[in-house]
Every structure is written in C-alpha cells, then in structure tokens.
Design a protein around this ligand. Sequence first.
Ligand code: THU
Length: 161
Amino acid sequence: MKEVHIDTLVQCYALEELSSEDCALVEKACQATSTSYSPYSHFQVGAALRLADGRIFLGSNQENAAFPSGLCAERTAFFAASANAPDVAPVAIAIAAQTRGKFLAKPITPCGQCRQALLEAETRFHQPIRIMLYGTEGVYVVESMHALLPLNFDGSELERA
Ligand code: THU
C-alpha cells in the first residue's frame, strides 16, 4: 500500500493586495449579489467571470419553488459566457455571497456541480481558471479548478470506449 497526498495551494489575500484587475472582478461579484433571486434560501450569491479577451460576464443564483430547477451564481455566469462567447476561454472567476444584508466573513466556496462545470472549460481550453473566493476577512485565491476538484472526472476515459 502506498499513500498519495494531493496538495491544494490556497493563497489568502487582503482585498487591497490583489491586482487592480482581480480586485475589480471581486467587486463585480459583490455587486452581482444584488441580482440574486433567492426567496427560499435568502442567500445571495454573485459571480463575475473574466474571459481571455477581457470580457466579463456576471451571474447570480436563481432559485425556483421546485428547488432543483434553480441554478448557482457560478454556473449562471459561466453558461451565459459560454452561450455568448463560445470560443473564448474563461480565465478567472470571483465569487461573493451575502445573507441578511451582510457579506460572509469566511470566503464562499463553489459547490461540486459548479466545480465540475468549470473544470470542463479548463479541460476544453487547456487553460486554468483563477478562482477568487471573497470573504470580508480575506480573499482565497486558487490557481485552477483542477486544484479545487482533485481526482476529477474530465471525460478523458470516455475516449477509450
Ligand atoms: N449557491 C450558489 O449560487 N453558489 C455557491 O457556491 C453555493 C450555493 C446558491 C444555491 C442556492 O440558491 C443558495 O446558494 C443556497 O444554497
């Protein structure tokens, strides 16, 4: 038996320490929380996705009385980008959330389905997506979706069939 250790590097920044481009993306994610439709969870999530050509697409969580019919902020932003700029790689995403009028102190992290959806774009464009997770106490930065979803299923096994 041998053990395999998988490391994930998470850098914790103060907002002011980010580059102006990254800081602006985080601010857009914060602003995007205002478009959340979340009458069930009262948890307002915003996402801002930057493409390789500099375009930015925003998303927020959109809920539904039939709960699984809703969608997270990250996939709302990603699918909007993918539908409007299908050939341009996403290079960075910022995520923020607030509840009861306050942004979360600890950074919000994307759910498994959003990780899987964004991983597909990394695989497709052979380009990592920088992930910035906002909390009022600091911003977590992870250099790729692969790092957030180790031992992932990326479809490469399908080609063997
Ligand atoms: N949600 C997101 O939009 N992104 C996340 O990263 C976590 C959860 C949404 C889904 C649902 O509308 C609400 O937050 C509560 O789970």
